[in-house]
Structures are given as C-alpha cells and as structure tokens.
Design a protein around this ligand. Structure first.
Ligand code: NAP
Length: 285
C-alpha cells in the first residue's frame, strides 16, 4: 500500500507561494497582511492559529492574531471584522472555527468580504465553486486534497469518489471541486444508507466525518485510495484520524497518514489563498 504523505506536497505549495511573493515584493510593494481572529481558548484552535501565523511569517506574509474571550458578544467580533474589511492594509481575514454557540454559523459566513475571505466561507466564494469555477478562492482543505491527489498522480477525471461528510469547510466544497475536475461524486453523511456499499465501489474515498477511528478495512476495497481528513486527540494523547489504524496493514491501494497526511496541506493552501487575495488587490490576477 502506498502512503500519501502531505509534507512534500505542502512544501511544494509553500515554496511556490514564497517565490511568487518574493518576486512581487522586489517591486517595493508592502507585504500581504493576514489577520486571524480567535474567539476563546480551545487548545486545538490555539495550536492551529499559532502554526498558521508562524508559517505565514516564514514565507513573507505579515500575520497577526486578534484574540477575544469565549464570552465576547458576536456583535463585538463583527465590528472588528467590519473594521478589517475596510482596512486597505489587510489582505486576508480568517475567523478560526469552531466558535462559541452564541455565533450563528450561517450569519458569520457573510461577515468577511469575499475579497478577503481566505478560508472560502462566504456564499459568493462557495457559490462560484458551484457554478463550476475553481479558479478563484477555493476552500483550503479541499484544495489541499486535490493537490495531494495530483502530486501522487491519482486520477480524478472520471473517477468515482465518495466524500463522507457535508460540512461547509470540507465535504460540500470538496464535492464541487471534484465535480469541476470531472469526477463522479457521491456525497455521504450521517443519514446515508448502506454507506459501505457506496465506499466499496468507489475509486477514491475521502473520509471527513469527524468520528475517531470509525472507518475500518471493511469500508474499502483493494483498489481504494483513502484520504483521511479527520484529526482527533485520543485518550492516550496520540493524534488519530477518522480511519482505524487497522487500515495501515489492510489491502487498499493508498492511504493518507494521520498525522502527516492532509493536515499540512490546509495551512499551505491558506497561504496560497492569502497570496491570491493580495494579488487581486494589487491587480496581479
Ligand atoms: N486536517 C485538516 O486540515 C482538517 C481540516 C478540517 C477538518 N478536519 C477534520 O475533519 C473532520 C471533519 O471535519 P468537519 O468540520 O467537516 O466536521 P463536521 O462539520 O462535524 O461534519 C462531519 C460530517 O460527517 C458526517 N458524518 C458524521 N458521522 C458520520 C458517519 N458515521 N457516517 C457518515 N457520515 C458521518 C456528518 O453528517 P451530518 O451532516 O448528517 O451530520 C457531517 O456532514 C474532523 O475530524 C476535523 O477535525 C481536518
């Protein structure tokens, strides 16, 4: 079985972004500025935000975090985002999920203007994917998965692909961009009947269910390429995915490890989206 590591793919994306940015900055332009908004102190979110800002800075993107307490009124966060929307020195804004219950998940998707929406949550950006246009801002994790499949030369065109999960951040946009690349896509979720029958006949299965180690070898065939998006901290402190560790020794064609598979790609594509927003403002694309 082939192990599909994300690190070389992420490094390729980051070095491309870094080189592209360096050539723009020689023209005495101000560096791109990415503002990350964190509400609360959820440990995983704090780690992700720290990683995002560190990687941004390492490739020449100015990055800062605005931290609100978990009890902050959504109106206060909205006001800050409105201020950043109008600040011409800010090119990208990211509102770290998950957010406290007091935030309406549909409402917040419209807060960041489409031109600064580096996470691709705005209905305008998601709607563009639905019209068949994947050439603008694309959701970070789905975009990373496409890069990974291309890097390992796994054919998307004409493939039958099951996507398990229908969130606005992974499952839904992934189905759109795979369809835009001529895959035949089955969108699965918690109410899907006979899930196993669908995954067993698929060439590629993307698992983004958010259920630790739930999907064992019985869900996949010998030719399956399995992309495990899930990431969880188990009771013994280990990072695990949505797929069972038994998959590592099972007869499938290829598998992304957890950690080290899809994870590194999400931050790399976030940097690419930030550069895209920056170029858009500066008339480079
Ligand atoms: N590596 C990365 O960079 C990265 C990025 C984003 C997310 N993640 C991870 O990916 C996982 C999914 O994230 P998410 O935000 O998309 O999660 P989410 O919003 O909780 O969505 C989970 C989806 O999976 C479906 N589902 C749950 N249990 C299922 C089951 N037993 N069978 C079939 N479908 C099932 C749900 O169906 P319903 O809609 O019917 O409830 C829902 O659509 C999480 O572990 C998350 O931490 C990783």
């Amino acid at each position: 079985m082939q192990i599909l590591y994300g690190k070389p793919v992420a490094e390729q994306i980051l070095s491309r972004v870094k080189a592209d940015l360096a050539s723009i900055l020689t023209q005495n332009k101000a560096a791109p500025r990415l503002v990350v908004i964190l509400v609360g102190d959820e440990p995983a979110s704090c780690v992700y935000v720290k990683k995002k800002t560190e990687i941004a800075q390492s490739i020449g993107i100015l990055s800062e975090v605005i931290h609100f307490s978990s009890t902050t009124n959504p109106e206060e966060v909205y006001s800050k985002i409105e201020e950043l929307n109008h600040d011409s020195s800010v090119h990208g804004i990211l509102l770290q999920r998950p957010l406290p219950q007091s935030f309406d998940r549909f409402d917040i998707s419209t807060w960041i203007i489409p031109e600064k929406d580096v996470d691709c949550f705005h209905p305008t950006n998601l709607g563009r994917l639905m019209t068949g246009d994947s050439s603008k801002i694309v959701s970070c994790t789905p975009k990373g998965i496409l890069y990974l499949l291309d890097y390992y030369k796994i054919k998307i065109d004409g493939a039958l692909i099951s996507v398990i999960g229908r969130s606005a951040i992974v499952g839904r946009p992934l189905c759109q961009i795979l369809t835009n690349r001529n895959a035949t896509v089955i969108q699965c979720h918690s109410k899907t009947k006979n899930l196993k029958n669908l995954t067993l006949q698929s060439d590629i299965v993307v698992v983004a269910a958010g259920v630790p180690e739930f999907f064992g070898p019985e869900f996949f065939g010998k030719k399956s390429v399995v992309i495990d998006v899930g990431i969880h901290r188990s009771s013994n402190g280990k990072l695990v995915g949505d797929c069972s560790s038994k998959l590592m020794t099972s007869e499938i064609s290829a598998l992304t490890p957890v950690p080290g598979g899809v994870g590194p790609l999400t931050i790399a594509t976030l940097m690419e989206n930030t550069l895209f927003c920056y170029k858009l403002r500066n008339g480079h694309s």
